[in-house]
Design a protein around this ligand. Structure first.
Ligand SMILES: [Zn+2]
Length: 89
């Protein structure tokens, strides 16, 4: 038995707040995608990629690249080891 239901198991549209949303397949990460029947916007709940994450990623990259150029080892790093004193290299 197939019954089309609106506003039962689907979230409201983030753009126009309409509850006339329907399931509309899945995105590549396997998350449920919805379609708003009022404004025809497609949306996904809690999208995996938030814009702020890119900034964080840049910060991490910057720190890593700095750390590579300025290796900070233990105090005995001047023992002539090519690894700069790190136990693992
Ligand atoms: Zn909408």
């Amino acid at each position: 038995m197939t019954v089309v239901q609106y506003g039962m198991n689907t979230p409201p549209c983030p753009q126009c707040d309409s509850v006339s949303t329907v399931k509309n397949g899945f995105i590549h990460t396997g998350k449920q995608r919805y379609l708003c029947r009022t404004c025809h916007r497609q949306f996904v709940l809690n999208p995996a990629r938030a814009p702020i994450l890119q900034d964080t990623q840049d910060q991490v990259e910057k720190l890593l690249s700095w750390a590579k150029r300025h290796p900070v080892g233990p105090a005995r790093s001047s023992n002539g080891s090519p690894c700069g004193g790190f136990a693992v290299c």
